[in-house]
Ligand binder design. Sequence first.
Ligand SMILES: O=C(O)CCC(=O)C(=O)O
Ligand SMILES: [Fe+2]
Length: 305
Amino acid sequence: MTAAPYADANTGYEPIDDTARKEFETQGFLLLRNVLTEDHRAALEEAMDRVYAEEGERGTHKPDGTLHLLGFLTRDPLFGQLLDHGPTFRYIWGLAGWNVYTHHNHLDVTPPQGPETGKPIWGWHQDGYRQNSDPEVNGQPELPRPMFSLKIAYVISDLAETNRGATLVVPGSHLSNSFARPQGEWDGVTRPEGALEITANPGDAFIFDRRLWHSRSQNVSDVTRKMLFVGYTYRWIRPLDDMPYEESGEWFQGLTPVQRQIAGASPSTANRWGINWNGYIDDEIPVRKELKTRGLLDRSIPYLR
Ligand SMILES: O=C(O)CCC(=O)C(=O)O
Ligand SMILES: [Fe+2]
């Protein structure tokens, strides 16, 4: 077991307060300031730059130099440590419970792109693909579907100024199954009513409900945008990315039991540690074990039982 190489103010097991939970529930996202120390952020950026160069050699950059790399966590031990990074992980179990893993994660590098050319692409969406169509909610199409997943977005480059390609969101839109699109041809510039550009400092992060309507934006600055996204969902939902690793390999062996759960150890069954029809739950499920040991299984919150 390797200890996390960077000191954090949080162990990952400080419960979030009701104000944060309420804000997340009403807004669909939370901005989390200073979740990475400057040393940690710089080390992550260095690892990102290495991966970006490797992917350049492999020819996977888009023609404009953009990289959107899925399942990136196995590409560096430092990325693996993000699986339960203290200042952000407390929000994951605090908002989704202990039965989670990462089904989807991506590394994004967006060099200056200049203004949009050609036919602009309308990028507003909810995450989850068919999760926005398949589930029926009491036969009432307007009722919000379940959250199912949430995502941490780590800000690695400076996004404090606007127009650097930051994520756009409409606060509160996660409770709407539909989203108004401008009539006719979209001009590539006009933003939907209520849209907010998440400007943030390097080392900040934001967490969002996958139902929150969001979009990328064009990086028209001269600063390369660098972001790391780690999505979490329930262990009974299948992975979205190919994130290959050997359990006997160095990357996996460097993980703690909690990190192994979050890495998706045994994605083929939700019952590896035992969760049965009769209510039996194996106390060895690593995240649950940590919460239980610390007295954090709050019975008033269903996903924390
Ligand atoms: O890169 C972005 O700003 C948005 C990415 C996105 O759509 C997502 O993380 O689900
Ligand atoms: Fe998305």
